[in-house]
Unconditional design. Structure first.
Length: 480
């Protein structure tokens, strides 16, 4: 007679666990999810299985859910993947998640620090630290199907499946079969001065949920990427960053090297267009809420410093700065906000300086960018050859974005060969039919970082202003 494998999941620790027992399930209130990430929030969640509440020595309580391992996996796959993902991708995730969970159970229970003592009476936690487990809330039939159809399959070194929960009267053996299907892929970076755990990480997650293999990366000199001096910019190296991401994706066995696109957010939108103009392996490009960093560095905001005299004064100041203190930082988003701050500066503060988007490695959230860090940008122009991009391009901007003029001008210069703010006239694009400008009603610049919220600091209801399905449709159409 076989045994039923079960797993103990630590859902949350709180001063007092607020729950509601139902007929066959229970509801836990104020469960924190996405801890430390940009989607960090609280929500009520319903669970199957049994609930135990542990009283901790420090006066808090911990909710522990004991549930059948396969039912746990159904929730994990539903919580981490879109129901629209390819079935083979869902199955692969199920095998990987089952393997990880069994190893976690086999090695030792999950350790948690409580009142200075390590407590280890559950196997895994419910958040991204282990595997995202959100109970029944997001359960979908295709995830359940993927788990059921891969029952008993796990990964081990010799490709032989050995169930570590098999007892003397029960064992499971088999072989893992990897699908031969290759997938389309995207690389994401931005905003300028941000880190991959902020907006680009969200874009990557949403594209992965829709079936794309997606890489979010920190640009050179920033985040966890290498390069000295830190937080500086280079027109050629930043363009190369995107092309290096394409190199990496092209070599993955799961990726079809002829179906790779890129997404650039904010300042990395302009860089993405420059990369697309240079690298024909990039088959589709999205520039979201884009800046042209070379234009703003050379001309100032809204071209307010677009004169020889203004540029000369800036060059003199930067030359002096290089001699006085080349390592000086310009500071991140201004904090506290002055009363007369422009609305777009208030929007930046709301994203970078509050729990909505703050991250410890983000320059915009902390000490900012090197004062001389964009000196080379001011004398360059990223978008000179974008009228020659033959691959598909979608430029996406918010109706109320202060940066909208960057995107609209780039689109018209790319398609028509001329635009306001561009002193050069060039030939029209040879392939205008696959270029698109999308203006999103009621959206600000920072709304396209994370979709926006109805209240400050990421509170209230999500506005969901980023058209994720539109992005997926764009890539599906053009990465064939």
């Amino acid at each position: 007679m076989g045994v039923t494998r079960q797993i103990k999941v630590g859902i949350l620790t709180a001063p007092k666990i607020d729950f509601e027992q139902r007929e066959n399930t229970f509801l836990l209130k104020n469960v924190r999810i996405g801890i430390g990430f940009h989607w960090d929030r609280y929500e009520d969640q319903e669970f199957a299985g049994s609930l135990a509440i542990r009283d901790n020595a420090d006066g808090t309580q911990t909710a522990i859910n004991t549930i059948d391992l396969e039912d746990y996996l159904c929730s994990v796959i539903s919580s981490e993947m879109s129901a629209n993902s390819p079935m083979e991708l869902l199955k692969a995730h199920a095998v990987i998640s089952r393997s990880w969970a069994i190893r976690a159970i086999s090695n030792k229970p999950h350790e948690q620090m409580v009142n200075g003592q390590m407590v280890n009476d559950f196997d895994v936690c419910a958040d991204d630290h282990c595997q995202r487990y959100e109970g029944l809330k997001r359960m979908n039939e295709r995830a359940v199907q993927a788990v059921r159809e891969t029952a008993g399959q796990v990964l081990v070194n010799e490709q032989m499946v050995n169930d570590p929960y098999g007892e003397a009267d029960r064992s499971t053996e088999g072989r893992l079969e990897v699908p031969s299907t290759k997938y389309a892929a995207t690389a994401v970076s931005g905003p300028f001065g941000a880190t991959k755990e902020q907006s680009s990480g969200l874009y990557a997650m949403k594209m992965a949920e829709r079936g794309f293999i997606t890489l979010a990366f920190d640009p050179s000199f920033t985040g966890e990427s290498s390069g000295e001096p830190r937080r500086t910019a280079s027109p050629d190296i930043n363009t190369e960053d995107f092309m290096a991401a394409v190199d990496f994706l092209s070599k993955l066995p799961e990726v079809d090297a002829n179906r790779i696109g890129i997404i650039g957010i904010c300042g990395w939108g302009g860089i993405a267009l420059n990369a697309a103009a240079a690298d024909t392996r990039i088959k589709a490009t999205v520039a979201s809420t884009m800046y042209d960093m070379t234009r703003v560095s050379g001309n100032g905001y809204f071209d307010s410093a677009d004169t020889e005299e203004a540029r000369h004064e800036a060059r003199v100041a930067l030359a002096a700065q290089r001699l006085a203190d080349p390592a000086a930082m310009a500071g991140g988003v201004i904090d506290p906000l002055p009363d007369d701050a422009p609305q777009f500066v208030k929007d930046y503060h709301d994203y970078y300086k509050t729990p909505r988007g703050y991250h410890a490695r983000s320059g915009n959230s902390n000490d900012g960018w090197r004062v001389i860090g964009t000196q080379a940008y001011a004398n360059s122009r990223f978008l000179y050859y974008i009228n020659e991009i033959r691959s598909a391009v979608l430029i996406m901007h918010g109706e109320n974005a202060h940066s909208r003029y960057f995107g609209e001008a780039a689109y018209h210069y790319m398609v028509d060969g001329k635009a306001e703010g561009y002193k050069t006239m060039v030939a029209p694009n040879p392939c205008p039919e696959n270029k698109e400008l999308l203006i999103i009603p009621d959206a600000s610049h920072c709304d396209l970082y994370d979709g926006g919220y109805t209240e400050p600091a990421g509170k209230g209801e999500p506005k969901n202003l980023i058209p994720w399905d539109k992005l997926a449709e764009f890539f599906e159409k053009n990465l064939k």
